[in-house]
Design a protein around this ligand. Structure first.
Ligand SMILES: Cc1cc2nc3c(=O)[nH]c(=O)nc-3n(C[C@H](O)[C@H](O)[C@H](O)COP(=O)(O)OP(=O)(O)OC[C@H]3O[C@@H](n4cnc5c(N)ncnc54)[C@H](O)[C@@H]3O)c2cc1C
Length: 452
């Protein structure tokens, strides 16, 4: 079969691109290496235990993702449980920092968060964040390249943020969100990730998924592509693109040497996958930044328990421990479990080479230091690693990210690592998929008009 468009990768970027192009009447084939769709936003059964790619939160300011889901018949409010605050648990002390994050939906919690929490953050600690934030947003707008040269730690040092404010606020909001220690996390990414929260402040809160992300979000998009006449093939790893005699990309090759032909190809694999599929273009100048863009690992730990680990399902951070960020999920994402903890581990480099058994010992010990007691409650556990899925958010990398358009006829890129303003987020993946779909639509129109 000759397809209009082949899309490599059924993560949110590939599925978005596939749905947008299907809605325009194109015949779309999505090829996905994994046995489920969703990529980094997926859930599956791992030898008897329900697991997810990792602990995820929807940020209230997202707008492209809910609009896309609507096109697949999914109302975002039906698949989320909203949260108006986050907890930062303090190691070795029976204290926590409670921060309101929703100026409209949880105004009192927000005021209490700013004026309260005196036992963890003094007035001096809080005031030290003002020059850091004001300068950060000024540099984000006026000197982005300069800001991207600093790590969060360096930038905090430059603006005299106190140790307490750094440890209990900036570390959770950087390493706790994106797997990189604050001394390797770009200050540009730090401010950029929160920037939309200012002008969309009225939308700010965060959402926990009410079910696994493949089930409630990604599979419905794939189903809609199929409904519109497309196909989504799982378990098919693409190894290369096919070039025709004119040097245009005219399809892809699968691992089993099967060839798939199309007018256009969108490579929407994660960064490591894209580097493999595009290996033949490695020496081309336009791809040099893509091949230079480094990869960063993530390691997550998921535990089934015989009772909830925490009183509420709420986003929590554990600075100075292995539990960078975590949440109880038995009342939200994994409702069939009596108790369920999903954790993003700090530091991923260390945990990639740690066995699940050894990681469990560290998790139990560190959770105890945060006042979360897991002994005698554990029923099953898994360590789910992402050795090379994520582009590195370290200083100097942001401006290496490639655009979606390429000069090679028939080839377009998508994926959170490609240029869009939302960094490595679900929203970013969707926006990249939409940008790729717009480029492909124009290319198909040009081809249709071309003589012969
Ligand atoms: C642990 C973790 C926690 C996160 N938390 C959040 C969060 O709280 N909020 C948020 O907004 N974002 C979060 N993210 C980021 C978010 O998941 C990603 O930005 C988004 O899912 C990226 O989508 P994508 O389509 O660009 O890439 P991916 O989801 O990686 O999709 C790429 C797809 O391509 C497939 N593929 C790769 N190579 C090939 C090949 N050769 N042939 C065929 N298929 C191939 C892969 O299997 C994959 O399915 C988190 C990510 C991780 C890992």
């Amino acid at each position: 079969m000759n397809w209009d468009v082949i899309i490599v990768g059924a993560g949110l970027a590939g599925l978005t691109c596939g749905l947008e192009l299907s809605l325009k009447g194109n015949k779309v084939l999505v090829l996905e290496a994994n046995p489920v769709v969703g990529g980094r936003c997926s859930n599956w059964n791992d030898a008897g235990m329900e697991v997810e790619s990792g602990f995820h939160r929807y940020i209230g300011y997202f707008s492209a993702l809910p609009a896309l889901l609507k096109k697949a018949g999914v109302d975002i409010n039906d698949i989320l449980t909203w949260e108006e605050k986050i907890d930062v648990l303090i190691k070795g002390k029976k204290k926590k920092l409670v921060l309101g994050i929703s100026p409209v939906h949880g105004v009192l919690k927000m005021i209490r968060g700013i004026t309260g929490n005196q036992d963890v953050l003094t007035i001096k600690d809080k005031l030290s964040l003002i020059p850091f934030s004001l300068n950060g947003y000024k540099d984000f707008l006026l000197n982005p390249k300069k800001l991207d040269q600093y790590s969060v730690k360096e930038y905090a040092g430059l603006h005299n943020v106190t140790d307490n404010a750094f440890d209990y606020l900036l570390v959770p909001l950087s390493s706790g969100s994106y797997f990189l220690p604050a001394d390797r996390y770009s200050a540009y990414v730090f401010f950029g990730l929160f920037a939309p929260a200012f002008y969309k402040f009225y939308k700010m809160r965060i959402g926990a998924f009410s079910g696994g992300m493949t089930d409630v979000m990604c599979q419905p998009i794939a189903d809609q592509i199929i409904e519109l006449g497309g196909a989504v093939q799982i378990g098919e790893k693409v190894t290369d693109v096919i070039l025709n005699e004119k040097g245009e990309v005219a399809g892809v090759k699968g691992e089993n040497r099967k060839e798939y032909r199309s007018k256009q190809v969108v490579v929407a694999a994660s960064l490591a996958g894209a580097k493999q599929v595009l290996a033949r273009f490695k020496e081309k100048a336009e791809f040099s930044n893509l091949f230079r863009l480094p990869i960063n690992p993530a390691s997550t730990f998921q535990i089934d328990l015989n009772q909830p680990a925490l009183e509420t399902d709420i986003t929590s951070f554990g600075p100075k421990t292995a539990l960078a960020s975590f949440a109880e999920q038995s009342r939200t994402t994994f409702r069939d479990c009596k108790g369920r903890l999903s954790i993003i581990l700090d530091s991923p480099d260390k945990f990639l080479s740690t066995t699940a058994e050894d990681a469990l010992k560290i998790v139990i010990e560190d959770a105890k230091a945060l006042g979360v007691h897991l002994e005698g409650k554990i029923e099953d556990y898994r360590k789910i690693d992402h050795p090379e899925d994520i582009y590195s958010l370290a200083p100097g990398n942001h401006f290496l990210r490639p655009g979606q358009a390429t000069t090679i006829p028939g080839l377009t890129l998508a994926g959170d690592y490609t240029k869009q303003p939302y960094f490595s987020t679900m929203e970013g993946a969707v926006v990249s998929g939409q940008k790729a779909a717009a480029i492909v639509t124009k290319a198909l129109q040009r081809k249709a008009k071309a003589p012969g």
